[in-house]
Design a protein around this ligand. Structure first.
Ligand SMILES: C[S@@+](CC[C@H](N)C(=O)[O-])C[C@H]1O[C@@H](n2cnc3c(N)ncnc32)[C@H](O)[C@@H]1O
Length: 204
């Protein structure tokens, strides 16, 4: 198995290295993506595919009186996320669950904000997953997707060959699936590095 397979689902020792690398290597992307988001200080936020948990920490800073939940289907990701957010977990401001986006273990209308950084590539059916996100978002809630790859780079094919189960989507493909799942007010941003950020609403 390639080391990079751990981006899809971190496992074992190599997975531990990968989650540490992601927490450092995705910093600039995460900051750029989060700059698109308005968060109230008491919002309930969910980060799907939370990896090493660095974005949970960032969300906790943005909503100091809220509740930040992380979910990831990798045990290694959950362990690392819990470790780096231990204080907030003890204070009851953060929780991290092991689970699959395809069947989110939350009641409907629960979160003000849902984020997905560098993870939708690995979701087996983005339409089903987007419907799950729509269900758990509150009316008026926001969904943010942030990807380093935009499906228009020659290297994208190479990565999809190396990492089993990876699909790199164009913004047009993501937008189409978001609309089909019920989202509206979709905004797309792309920077000089071809990083992609989509932000959309579950309308009241
Ligand atoms: C490339 S990492 C990104 C981690 C983190 N969001 C970041 O930006 O550093 C992708 C993460 O998504 C998780 N993931 C992939 N498919 C998932 C699924 N179906 N349900 C939950 N988590 C998933 C993986 O386990 C992994 O931790």
């Amino acid at each position: 198995m390639s080391f990079f397979q751990n981006t899809c689902q971190p496992k074992g020792f190599a997975g531990k290295i990968m989650v540490n690398m992601m927490n450092v290597g995705h910093t600039a992307l995460a900051k750029w993506g989060l700059a698109h988001l308005t968060i109230q200080d008491d919002d309930f936020c969910l980060d799907i595919g939370c990896g090493g948990g660095a974005n949970l920490r960032r969300l906790l800073r943005k909503s100091p009186n809220g509740l930040v939940t992380g979910i990831d289907y990798s045990e290694i990701s959950v362990q690392k996320s819990k470790k780096i957010n231990r204080a907030a977990i003890q204070e009851g401001r953060c929780e991290v669950l092991q689970g699959d986006v395809m069947k989110l273990p939350f009641s409907e209308n629960r979160f003000h904000v849902v984020t997905a950084f560098e993870t939708i590539y690995f979701w087996p059916d983005i339409q089903v997953a987007f419907q799950q996100v729509y269900r758990v978002l509150k009316n008026g809630g926001t969904f943010l997707i942030c990807n380093e790859a935009n499906g228009k780079n020659t290297k994208d094919e190479k990565w999809m060959g190396i990492i089993q189960g990876m699909t790199i989507y164009t913004s047009e493909q993501i937008e189409k699936e978001l609309k089909k799942a019920g989202f509206s007010k979709i905004k797309v941003d792309q920077n000089k590095k071809n990083w992609l950020c989509l932000i959309c609403k579950k309308e009241d």
